[in-house]
Write a protein that binds this ligand. Structure first.
Ligand code: GLN
Length: 484
């Protein structure tokens, strides 16, 4: 069952080959049996999942369901879920139970999807390896001595190991695409504002975007169809009509103009990853696409710009965790100052504290112009590069990451080396554009991701372009050994 696509599962449920309750039990059993090796879930709520499955079965019996009715999924533990703990993988929120569902959670539940539980992640989504989680690291199912990527590492590992049919993720600088690439799955970060951020715990509000992690573009389209769209509760959510993503999957792509940014193929890229990406591009040529070299001259500045903007926003967003209203509170505070400082020192891990300190520094009166303002200016130049590129091409392609998954523990002592993992993904967030990662030919058994970057609100085309490749190839169907 676990190897079937969402379309196949939905068809089986309709034909009563098995019920959603049976399907949900199957996934819960897999989680119980296999997740101890991965640690991809922080919370599993079997009772709530089986109750949702029973409701789905009733809807199916009345021939009512939608495409996702009865399909078991998981949510990154950054999305608030009413009655189920939302920890953001932080000690700060270890016992936090939200009084409401995030819009994305609400919409997928209304569509009939069954939530199995909440997936592990880097603390407050800060990281590229899932090693900053308060609940311990997640292992990559393709090689459990390696990282799954981050920050949505739990969702990526769970989808790759077939512990759920699909999962949600969030992407502030690469957190959907990078773990999707390292775990051999398909991930899409939509345009900024496409999916509501309401109820999604904020890291860097001008960059954060919810999206989907699934095994294929077609599976992702089913979820995005339900998640996307305007939400009046999120002032940055876009009032732009949502096309039917599933409908667009099979569109012809002959004549497609693909741009390859020369900055994405230079120094720092593992040549074996580069070769796998080039082989994938050749498949697109067979499909009638036209390849052009382009330049995104300011993109090499995206990592330094991001590490000013994102910490600045995070220092402001995380100011709400003060030990007073909710979250961790230290024992026996001597006074108010002690309450704040000790609660935060105990509640936040090292990486989160580093970001808060960098953020308050770059926003401080004496350094604002030198760092924050300058970063904002370069951010605009980075967005302008893309604008020019999209006058010439329909989609931009390149590697998602410079290398395949690295070993657990490898980069934890060197934050800059860790940050450089997102060298190809961050510019997209700074510009607010949609991006995707799809699995291509692996390197020595480890997955490699091809990144697709589209113009604003061009998700339907990205999914279509990805689907055409997946129609032709089988890399997205490969399953990690030992997780049968
Ligand atoms: N790895 C990046 C960071 O550490 C991006 C994280 C994300 O997209 N949430 O900030």
């Amino acid at each position: 069952m676990q190897n079937k696509s969402i379309a196949e599962l939905a068809a089986d449920l309709r034909l009563r080959k098995y019920s959603s309750t049976e399907l949900t039990r199957h996934y819960l059993d897999r989680i119980a049996r296999l997740d101890p090796r991965l640690n991809s879930f922080i919370t599993v709520d079997a009772e709530a999942a089986l109750a949702a499955a029973a409701r789905a079965d009733e809807a199916l019996a009345r021939d009512e369901g939608r495409p996702l009715t009865g399909i078991p999924i998981a949510h990154k533990d950054i999305f608030c879920t009413k009655g189920v703990r939302t920890s953001c993988a932080s000690r700060m929120l270890d016992d936090f139970v939200a009084p409401y569902d995030a819009t994305v959670v609400e919409r997928l539940a209304a569509a009939g999807a069954v939530m199995l539980g909440k997936t592990n992640m880097d603390e407050f989504a800060m990281g590229s390896s899932n090693e900053t989680s308060y609940y311990g690291p997640v292992a990559n199912p393709w090689d459990t001595s390696r990282v799954p990527g981050g920050s949505s590492g739990g969702s990526a590992a769970a989808v790759a190991a077939r512990l759920c049919a699909a999962a949600t993720g969030t992407d502030t600088g690469g957190s959907i695409r990078q773990p999707a690439a390292l775990c051999g799955i398909t991930g899409i970060k939509p345009t900024y504002g496409r999916c509501s951020r309401w109820g999604m715990i904020a890291f860097a509000s001008s960059l954060d975007q919810a999206g989907v992690m699934a095994r294929s573009a077609a599976d992702a389209a089913f979820l995005l169809d339900e998640m996307a769209g305007f939400d009046e509760r999120d002032s940055t959510s876009a009032e732009v009509p949502v096309p039917d993503y599933v409908d667009a999957l099979d569109n012809d792509i002959s004549g497609l103009r693909i741009g390859l940014p020369k900055e994405f193929f230079g120094e720092g890229l593992d040549p074996r990853v580069g070769a796998a990406i080039e082989a994938a591009i050749r498949e697109y040529e067979k499909l009638g696409a036209e390849i052009r070299e382009i330049s995104l001259p300011n993109s090499p500045l995206s990592v330094p710009v991001y590490y000013v903007v994102a910490p600045a926003e995070c220092s402001s967003n995380l100011a709400r965790f003060d030990g007073v209203r909710y979250g961790h509170r230290c024992a026996d505070p001597a006074d108010l100052e002690d309450l704040y400082t000790r609660s935060r020192a105990e509640g936040f891990g090292a990486e989160v504290q580093r970001r808060v300190m960098i953020g308050t520094y770059v926003l401080s009166a004496g350094y604002y112009d030198a760092y924050y303002l300058k970063a904002q200016k370069i951010r605009q130049l980075i967005a302008d590069d893309f604008k020019r590129a999209f006058e010439e091409v329909d989609v931009i392609m390149g590697p998602t990451t410079p290398s395949t998954a690295f070993a657990l523990g490898d980069k934890m002592d060197d934050p800059v080396a860790m940050y450089l993992n997102d060298i190809y993904t961050i510019a997209t967030n700074l510009a607010g554009l949609p991006g995707m990662s799809i699995p291509v030919e692996p390197v020595e058994g480890m997955p490699v991701g091809l990144q697709l970057i589209g113009n604003y609100f061009d998700e339907a085309r990205l999914l279509n372009i990805a689907h055409r490749y997946q129609h032709l190839t089988h890399w997205h169907q490969a399953a990690p050994a030992g997780f049968e």
